[in-house]
Design a protein around this ligand. Structure first.
Ligand code: 2AM
Length: 198
C-alpha cells in the first residue's frame, strides 16, 4: 500500500519543485502544421522500431535555448530582449533519426545546422545571460525529441528529408499538470529580416 502511495506521489510531482515566483522557460521553434504532421509520421515509424513513449504531437518542437527556472520578474525583460531580435527565417532540413543512449531518447536532427539557426541561438543565449539568466554551456545540437525511454536505435539513421521553413520563434513556459507535460506560449516573434546584422 505504501509503495503504491509513493508511486502516486512521484507521478503527480515530477522533477524538482519550482522556486516560488519562477517559471521554467525555453525558447523554441514550433513546427507549422505540415512539418508537425511529417514529424508525427516519423515518430510513429521510429516508435514501431524503438519502443518507448512518443512525445505528443502537439508538443513536438525544436529547443533553441533552455533557460530552466527563471525569476518571474525577469520575464518582461526576456520578452523585450526577444522582441528586439531582427533575424532571418530558418530553413532547416531534418534528415536524421538518432538514438541517444545516455538518456534513451530518439530524436530527429540534421546533418547541417544552418547558420541562421546557430546565430539565433547564440543571440538569444547572450541576451538571456545579459539579464543574469544562466544558460547551458554545452555546444548546441539541434534536435527534436520524438521518443523517450526508447529501448533500441531506429533501423536506419537517414530518412526522407523534412524541409522546415521557420519564420517565427516562441518563448515557452513549461508547467506540468498532474505529471502531464503542458507548454504555454508566452511570446511569439517573427523571423523576417533578410539577414542578421553584424
Ligand atoms: P530534450 O527534448 O532533449 O529533453 C523542454 O524541456 C525542452 O528543453 C526540451 O526540448 C528539452 O530537450 C530542452 N532541454 C534542454 N536542456 C534541458 C535540461 N537541462 N532540462 C530539461 N529540458 C532541457
Amino acid at each position: 500500500m505504501e509503495g503504491r502511495e509513493n508511486r502516486r506521489v512521484r507521478r503527480l510531482a515530477p522533477g524538482p519543485p519550482r522556486a516560488r515566483g519562477s517559471a521554467r522557460l525555453f525558447f523554441a521553434l514550433w513546427p507549422d502544421d505540415a512539418t508537425r504532421a511529417a514529424l508525427a509520421d516519423l515518430s510513429r515509424t521510429v516508435h514501431e522500431q524503438c519502443g518507448g513513449r512518443r512525445v505528443q504531437e502537439h508538443n513536438i518542437h525544436l529547443t533553441l535555448v533552455f533557460l530552466g527556472d527563471v525569476r518571474a520578474d525577469l520575464v518582461p525583460a526576456l520578452q523585450h530582449m526577444a522582441g528586439a531580435m531582427q533575424g532571418p527565417p530558418v530553413d532547416l532540413v531534418l534528415n536524421t533519426a538518432e538514438y541517444w543512449r545516455h538518456n534513451r531518447v530518439v530524436c530527429a536532427g540534421t546533418k547541417l545546422c544552418p547558420s541562421a539557426l546557430r546565430e539565433l541561438c547564440l543571440r538569444l543565449g547572450a541576451g538571456a545571460r545579459d539579464l543574469g539568466i544562466r544558460t547551458e554551456a554545452r555546444d548546441y545540437v539541434p534536435h527534436i525529441t520524438l521518443l523517450r525511454k526508447a529501448v533500441r536505435a531506429p533501423a536506419q539513421r537517414d530518412f526522407s528529408e523534412i524541409a522546415w521553413h521557420a519564420s517565427e520563434f516562441v518563448l515557452i513556459r513549461s508547467a506540468p499538470r498532474q505529471g502531464v507535460v503542458a507548454y504555454e506560449t508566452i511570446g511569439r516573434w517573427a523571423l523576417a529580416a533578410p539577414e542578421w546584422s553584424p
